[in-house]
Design a protein around this ligand. Sequence first.
Ligand code: GDG
Length: 480
Amino acid sequence: MTNPEKGRLVVVSNRVGPLTDEGKAGGLAVGLADALKRRGGLWFGWSGETSPEGTHSPEKTEVFGGTALTTIDMTAEELDGFYHGYANRSLWPLLHYRLDLVQFDRQSDRIYRSVNQRFAARLAPLVNEHDLVWVHDYHFFYMGSELRQSGFKGRLGFFLHIPFAPPEILSALPAARDLVRSMLAYDLIGFQTAQDRRNFANFCVHELGGEKLPGDRIRVGGRVVQAAVFPIGIDAEGFSRFAVSPEAGEHEEMLRDLARGRLQIVGVDRLDYSKGLVERLLGFERLLEDYPENRGAVNFLQIAPLSRSELDAYIDLRAELEGLAGRLNGRFATLDWTPIQIMTTGFTRRALAGIYRAARVCMVTPLRDGMNLVAKEFVAAQDPDDPGVLILSRFAGARAELQDALIVNPYATDEMARALQRALTMPLDERQRRHEKMRAKVFGGTAAHWCESFIAALESAEIDAGWSEDLAAADPLAPA
Ligand code: GDG
């Protein structure tokens, strides 16, 4: 039901939708789609296609009830500089604290800014000042200041799904100060964890001469913005229903049959260097070395759908992982047991829920992660009477809420092996106790709750008129 009293919700993200078919969409898309349906609005982003006209291409719009889904194309050059280049070769590794993998070049910086400018220019005529505009993620840091420069005066929010690195790391980005100053065009800036928020505030204070004010507010120059923490969640009810669907049941049974009584360990991650897959395999190898009773008694299944496979860092990672799995299998396999299986093909969400349910242990051990929804999905999918154990990295945003997981440092191989051994031998009553507490967190902080609380905060954010183009253009503290 749309409510004409309130302004529309306008969501901007690189990939949009789907607004229907909850079987395919993740919790995030479901949460945003629900908020859009409740309020009426627009979801704006990239069509997923390239064309010679690129960001000048005609809009494509699909309407579902009171919600429109509007997209534009990019040229191949825009896609390369903006998405593969600046977003995924510069910002992604940088914000995941991986200076060793960062690549900077001025061409992609230029294209990234111009794509932000082009998307803002195309969105501007579609919005009015009563609308709430909510921009998502590291693809669109400059979108807010570009929208302001094209005259938008309404409420503007931004949510960062990935970590925000500390100033010592972020300041390696040649345009770091420009980027953070342009973020000040947003009225509300949301982060996954208190640590990400602190890193942002520290950059504002130490690099931009700003000051922290009471009540989540930060002042830089004449501008006051609100920066707050909104941990993202999943559609917990929906996902736990998936876990008892016939399709989930088939997968659960298949996995149990294949395991033939062995305990199942799983990992589910996009094939990405932030997810700590190499370190996880080393932890499993150490388990087999140090606790030999597990040889022949456990199976490790890593589901790792390929992502960004055109980038060198991802090609290298895949090769390293396959080499490691091959070595590990070669070292420990017997005629009737292969310790580790890596799959790069994806599953449906229902099948995935069944796989989680068949697992005694789930390893979610990223080296750095904004939140990590797999951790929450695993918890939601468990049978409360016989739940599996979550091993969770101290560097995942989800750690702040899921304290009852076995928390590990993924770089510490012995610690990973000890945690695995503890998980595999954990008595039922302890598994139940831990699961119950985590389940309450996952069901208490859902995607819908995340969405509603961000929107409510954006609606009530104090609007400060102090933003001006000067803030985006001039940098009084910039070194000569
Ligand atoms: C970013 C941030 C933050 C995985 N394999 C399959 C499949 N998946 C789904 C999972 C989960 C999603 O992909 C992955 O979400 P994560 O949160 O774990 O990680 P990122 O993709 O890196 O997401 C992250 C998130 O944004 C939200 O703010 O939590 O920190 O990095 O839902 O289930 N889904 C299907 N088949 C698969 O094989 N259908």
